[in-house]
Write a protein that binds this ligand. Structure first.
Ligand SMILES: *Cc1c(COP(=O)(O)O)cnc(C)c1O
Length: 365
């Protein structure tokens, strides 16, 4: 019996990547020089396919980085002018805030605005909290640690209320899974081991023309990954260091393969509805969705909470059936399990998990 992983990162990679890897080997991509015309063509095509499939505006720039964590660092070093404000309700947003505070200590102000997980965030609330001149807002679009997301209107509304500020968004577990309001944000990034269905070790950072202009105006040049340097290289579709050429190739092939994001999202929403339906009766065993309000419940990461003993039992029973559920994360480590609702997971695999939730679990608990 083949085990199925519903772990929300690193998560299931598209099975097609195996054949793509073989193609990469055959076409000598693996040993190609990252300044060669062959690499430039792959890089250009990957970014082109990414923009087309995800609906990223043509005038936006895309950069390759090593991880979402590196993107936090780049933003702190290259884009925050006077101060940043971090709005978050979970572990990833919190870490981003902490790293920024340490990197920018003594140079720039870092304001943390943590909020409770059952609260639905809004641009108006952020405005009411904004006393000091913040030039960069940092938000986590999809908080992988607890299965919450920003309500749909939050980012467009924030753009309207703060037309001059930079809006930076960590969309690591939602980019390539759901459509995102690129027009309303300046920096949006994600590592590829979640909704992209690619092997870990790379991230993508999308920047608006305004973000590019700000990086160039600040022109900070202290790091290998200073955005000013990255812009220079990306004029020719290149990077400041030897990049993950294989993953860039796989990104190109996967982006050429997948349907447009609206179709991907519609499919994930149908699955989400099925999961919600099969989890509902589990309330008899004290298992409920961690995020109660649908308006800010994630579409790509489902967190189910319960007594830690029951959570242990569920995970063990699933493992017996060849199903790997995601552990809880951070504060919710013991009292939740998580299900990745990512595009690379196929319908048969979803069917198996639904069957487990509906038929097997009630017998075990
Ligand atoms: C997984 C994750 C990260 C960390 O990604 P790395 O690639 O390990 O840096 C950051 N933010 C969010 C929201 C995540 O889900």
């Amino acid at each position: 019996m083949q085990t199925i992983s519903f772990y929300p990162g690193p998560s299931k990679v598209y099975p097609e990547t195996v054949a793509f890897f073989a193609d990469a080997h055959k076409h000598q991509v693996l040993s190609s020089n990252h300044r060669s015309p062959e690499f430039v063509e792959i890089s250009r095509s990957a970014i082109q396919a990414l923009k087309e499939k995800l609906g990223i505006p043509q005038e936006y720039w895309v950069f390759y980085t090593s991880s979402a964590t590196e993107c936090w660092e780049i933003i702190a070093q290259s884009l925050i002018d006077q101060g940043s404000k971090h709005i978050y309700n979970g572990a990833f947003g919190g870490k981003w805030s902490d790293y920024t505070a340490r990197i920018n200590a003594g140079k720039r102000i870092t304001q943390a605005y943590p909020f409770p997980i059952q609260e639905v965030m809004s641009a108006q609330k952020i405005k009411a909290q904004s006393s000091l001149a913040t030039d960069t807002f940092c938000l986590t679009h999809n908080e992988t640690s607890n299965g919450s997301t920003l309500p749909a209107e939050c980012l467009p509304e924030l753009r309207r209320l703060f037309p001059q500020s930079l809006i930076a968004v960590d969309a690591t577990s939602s980019m390539a899974g759901v459509s995102l309001p690129y027009q309303s944000v300046d920096v949006l990034f994600a590592s590829v081991q979640k909704c992209f269905g690619l092997p870990a070790g790379m991230a993508l950072m999308v920047c608006s023309p305004r973000a590019i202009a700000k990086a160039q105006a600040l022109n900070r040049q202290h790091h290998y990954n200073s955005l000013a340097f990255m812009i220079d290289k990306m004029q020719d579709w290149q990077t400041t260091y030897t990049p993950n050429v294989l993953n860039i190739y796989l990104l190109m092939r996967v982006m050429e393969m997948v349907p447009p994001i609206q179709e991907v999202e519609a499919r994930l929403l149908r699955r989400l509805a099925r999961y919600e339906q099969s989890i509902e009766p589990l309330k008899n065993f004290g298992l409920t969705l961690l995020i109660a309000d649908k308006r800010h419940r994630s579409k790509t990461v489902i967190a189910v909470k319960g007594e830690s003993k029951i959570i242990q039992q569920v995970k063990a029973a699933a493992r017996q059936k060849g199903i790997i559920l995601g552990n809880g994360y951070g504060k919710w480590k013991e009292q939740t399990f998580r299900i990745a609702n990512f595009p690379a997971i196929n319908d048969q695999e979803v069917d198996r998990l639904i069957q487990f939730l509906e038929e097997d679990l009630p017998k075990i608990l």
